[in-house]
Design a protein around this ligand. Structure first.
Ligand SMILES: Cc1ncc(COP(=O)(O)O)c(C=O)c1O
Length: 427
């Protein structure tokens, strides 16, 4: 959608006043004067998440072992309950989603399940811009099958170091490719890939395809009934605000429910017979069959509180506000910051961008440090990107206006020159 913006604080305030999601902000722990732009890395704590965590702690205190079996939410089935709360965000069936472990392990689980190399079809197609853990997991899975990653990887390369072209991805789907793993939104530039076209092209060629939704779930609504991928994984601590290290998500398309799990464990057993403790696994025929060991209940409880907010807010309203916020940020960058040497590395069109803006500058690292001292929480990604995520649940239009004001002051006063060009242990 084309937005026309006005460059002034009053215009930002008017947009905040008209925002139907505005009241959600009061349910988050925002620090006075701070502008939080890092919700694509670690989402903020909400009072809802906190209350749910405290409630589950209370259950542990009062129920002991009975926490597993006592209604209303038996924690033995917590992964199903949270799966059902998450499924609407991607328009999947409730039993196609389970909450489990971390994203890296879920990639291992999914590839361990779906990668069945043959003599003439053994490659895994990946891109050169994805987050490194995806590649580490793919390389590890190739090695486990006795395949040298040098031979087993089919790599689609970015032409500009920022984005991927759909036609290049399709051209890389050669007869040797058995499986594809791609990110829905690129973690650095924020490009949203055309998941539907790419998935359909893969399925036409009988290639298994899975998506890493870490940078889109909770920011971009997905329609998995229309996209129809084989599997997907995601982090719950970014836009889903589930808390540091919150249990991750795994989607298994129901056409695969009968397949054996790649990393099986006793929690993937049919629930009715799990406690018969048989050595022969009777794998459950739904996404819960991909569970391995005991659920990380205390890393799931805040997520439950947070997911209920998504139910209230609705993904379509969130996406609409998110697109308006990122379009507004782009407008202010183009009208006020280009003169200082800034540019935007995120695709322009709504359908090609996720929830953050990649602000580029040759001095990005030092400017990022100066921003932190000016009360902004951004993050830096090599070589020249400051990522700015105006998360619609808790960031407003005046925050974006104020962010750009603070960047202008840093540039006018050359404050960034007081910082080293060095990255700390967490960028
Ligand atoms: C695309 C993507 N996948 C996975 C991860 C991290 O996975 P894990 O939760 O296993 O650390 C990240 C972290 O930022 C990511 O950007």
């Amino acid at each position: 959608m084309k937005h026309v913006f006005d460059d002034g604080r009053e215009a930002a305030r008017t947009m905040d006043a008209e925002d139907s999601l505005r009241s959600f902000r009061d349910r988050f722990y925002l620090r006075e004067g701070e502008i939080y732009m890092d919700g694509n890395s670690l989402g903020l704590c909400s009072k809802d998440a906190e209350a749910n965590l405290l409630a589950v702690l209370e259950e542990w205190k009062t129920l002991g072992i009975n926490i597993w079996s006592r209604p209303p939410v038996q924690k033995f089935l917590y992964q199903d309950h949270l799966g059902a709360l998450t499924a609407p965000l991607i328009k999947a069936d409730a039993d196609e989603v389970t909450i489990h472990s971390n994203t890296t392990i879920n990639i291992h689980t999914a590839i361990g399940t779906f990668y069945e190399p043959k003599a003439d079809r053994y490659q895994i197609l990946v891109d050169d811009l994805n987050f490194p853990t995806d590649r580490h997991a793919v390389d590890g899975q190739l090695r486990l099958k006795g395949i040298d990653p040098e031979k087993g990887i089919a790599l689609v390369r970015s032409r500009d170091g920022k984005t991927l072209a759909t036609e290049d991805i399709i051209a890389a789907m050669t007869p040797e490719v058995a499986l594809i793993l791609l990110p829905s939104v690129l973690y650095r530039s924020g490009q949203l890939l055309d998941m539907k076209t790419i998935t359909h092209e893969a399925r036409k060629r009988d290639i298994i395809i899975g998506w890493d939704l870490s940078h889109s779930i909770g920011a971009v609504p997905h329609d998995f009934k229309a996209i129809d991928p084989d599997f997907a994984v995601w982090c719950s601590y970014k836009y889903l605000n589930g808390g540091p290290g919150a249990s991750a998500g795994l989607y298994i398309n129901r056409r695969h429910f009968e397949k054996p799990a790649g990393l099986p464990g006793w929690h993937g057993n049919v629930k009715e017979t799990q406690f018969q403790l048989n050595h022969r696994l009777d794998k459950a025929a739904y996404a819960g069959g991909w569970q391995s060991g005991t659920q990380h209940v205390l890393s799931m409880a805040p997520l439950e509180g947070s997911l209920k907010m998504y139910e209230e807010a609705g993904m379509d309203r969130l996406r609409e506000k998110s697109l308006k916020l990122t379009a507004y940020l782009r407008f202010l960058i183009e009208s006020r910051l280009e003169a200082y040497g800034f540019s935007v590395g995120t695709p322009y069109e709504d359908e090609n961008r996720g929830g953050h803006i990649a602000l580029e500058h040759e001095d990005a690292l030092r400017i990022n440090e100066a921003l932190k001292d000016a009360g902004v929480v951004p993050d830096f990604r090599f070589p020249n990107v400051i990522r700015l995520a105006p998360v619609p649940l808790y960031v407003g239009f005046e925050d974006v206006y104020e962010l750009v004001q603070r960047i202008e002051i840093i540039m006018d006063q050359k404050k960034y020159e007081n910082y080293d060009n060095k990255v700390g242990p967490v960028a």
